[in-house]
Structures are given as C-alpha cells and as structure tokens.
Design a protein. Structure first.
Length: 259
C-alpha cells in the first residue's frame, strides 16, 4: 500500500490537537509525547519537564535496556541495531513497547479525581506501526496525548552527535560520520514523513529551535537566548522548555497541582 494512503486511513482519536488537549477536564488521563530528529533534544526536554514538574517519564531506550529478549534472535537483533544506528524492526519495537508501556503505566501513573498529572513519553512512537500501536494503548487506558515536535536542522544534529558525551545505550559510536549518516537517514526514512503528516493534520506542534539569521532578527524581541553557529542560531534549552510550558498552559498546571 502506498505510504500516503496508509496515513490517509490512519485514525488517531486519542491523539489530540493543541486546542482539544487544552479543553480536557483537569482529571483526564493525559500524556505529552516529545518527538523530533535524532539529537534534537527530545530526551533533554522530556527530562526537564519530568524533573521541573514532577511528571512520570517514559523513555523507550531505558526500557529496551531492561527488556529480557525472548530468544537469541531477539537479543542479536537488539544488539546489532543499537550498535549500528538502525531502528529496531517494527514488530520487535512494538512488542517491547507493549510490555514497557503497561509496566510503566501501572507503576508510575496515578489517577486523581481533582487533577491527574500528565506523563511524558520520549522515543516512541517513531513509525506508522508504532503510532497505530500507541493509539491502542491510549484507548485501552482512556489516555489522551499531545505530540510536541522539537525541530533542528541536519547540520546541528551532526554537530551534536560529534560533540555530545554518550549518555544512552546505542549512542557509543555517534561521532563516526558513517553512524551519523545512518541515524539521520533512519529518521528521515521512517519518522519524518509521519511527523509531517501529524503536523499537517494538527495532531502535532513544531518548536523550531534552529533559526536562520533572518528568522532570528524577526523574533529576537521575544527575549530568548541563542548560540550563534554562523549560518544559523540555536535557542537555549531553557528557553525552548519555557516555550513548550507556555504553549501547553503548564503555568496553569503548576498553579493547580502545586508542582
């Protein structure tokens, strides 16, 4: 089936537009999915939201490390993909996510009759098959999600791969140009199109953190700080976090929940 036809037939009733998400009642079960290109700062933003607002955080990569492979083939597949920068096969990633999300939800997500804290998800879903599975998980637990996309350019992604200290399993060789090409290619081939479709349909919202000099001149009155890369500028992580909080009405959340 043609990729565009698959997207056109995709139904995601539990993944909401920003306006739908903001209108949910205070006791609704919700989650915030942080997505974007490799090294866009997805995990950094998810960690900041989790720590600053005391929100449960589901990071798929951490659960992969906890997963006990069913057999030698699964173990070898996981090791190969992590070592060489490839996505796990959809069926295996969905299998791991199905176990991990259920474990996470029952351990860490608590419902409150007055105000239920959202939980943060990063590293999943990354493909069409993932998001179809994720919709089933959301519906099963009556959870509603909003997707936030952190956007950077390929040059910034490569720079961060070359300079960043290794902090997650599978990223040990990211300084290699060959590995960088694989990881960025995997994103564009398997995730980028899906995210663009979600943005087009209003079910995802973009936060652009790499700005051209012209864009920066137009927006610098907003008061955010940047790092100058020559051809473009990059917003500080703290300012991106504030933008996301403001967009999601998280100031109201802090006041209501006492975070």
């Amino acid at each position: 089936m043609i990729y565009s036809a698959v997207l056109a037939d995709l139904e995601l009733p539990n993944i909401l537009t920003a306006e739908e998400f903001k209108k949910l009642p205070p006791d609704a079960n919700t989650c915030i999915v942080i997505e974007g290109m490799t090294y866009a700062g997805r995990h950094t933003q998810a960690k900041a939201m989790s720590e600053e607002l005391d929100l449960p955080r589901f990071a798929f990569s951490e659960w992969v490390a906890k997963y006990q492979p069913a057999n030698e083939i699964e173990a070898a597949t996981i090791q190969y993909c992590l070592k060489n920068g490839f996505y796990l096969p959809d069926d295996l990633r969905v299998k791991i996510a199905d176990w991990a999300l259920e474990e996470f939800f029952h351990r860490y997500v608590r419902h409150d009759d007055y105000y239920t804290r959202p939980f943060v998800v990063v590293g999943y879903p990354r493909t069409i098959e993932h998001i179809k599975h994720f919709q089933k998980f959301l519906a099963r637990h009556n959870v509603y999600a909003i997707i936030v996309v952190i956007e950077i350019n390929a040059a910034e992604a490569r720079k961060r791969m070359s300079e960043a200290a290794v902090s997650r399993i599978g990223h040990e060789r990211d300084t290699s140009p060959e590995m960088q090409k694989v990881r960025i290619s995997e994103y564009y081939l398997k995730t980028h199109g899906m995210l663009k479709w979600l943005i087009f349909t209003g079910k995802a919202t973009v936060f652009k953190t790499c700005l051209s000099k012209a864009e920066y001149e137009q927006r610098k009155h907003e008061g955010f700080s940047v790092v100058d890369r020559g051809d473009y500028v990059v917003m500080y992580r703290e300012d991106v976090t504030k933008m996301i909080f403001k967009f999601l009405n998280m100031v109201h959340f802090i006041q209501t929940s006492g975070a």
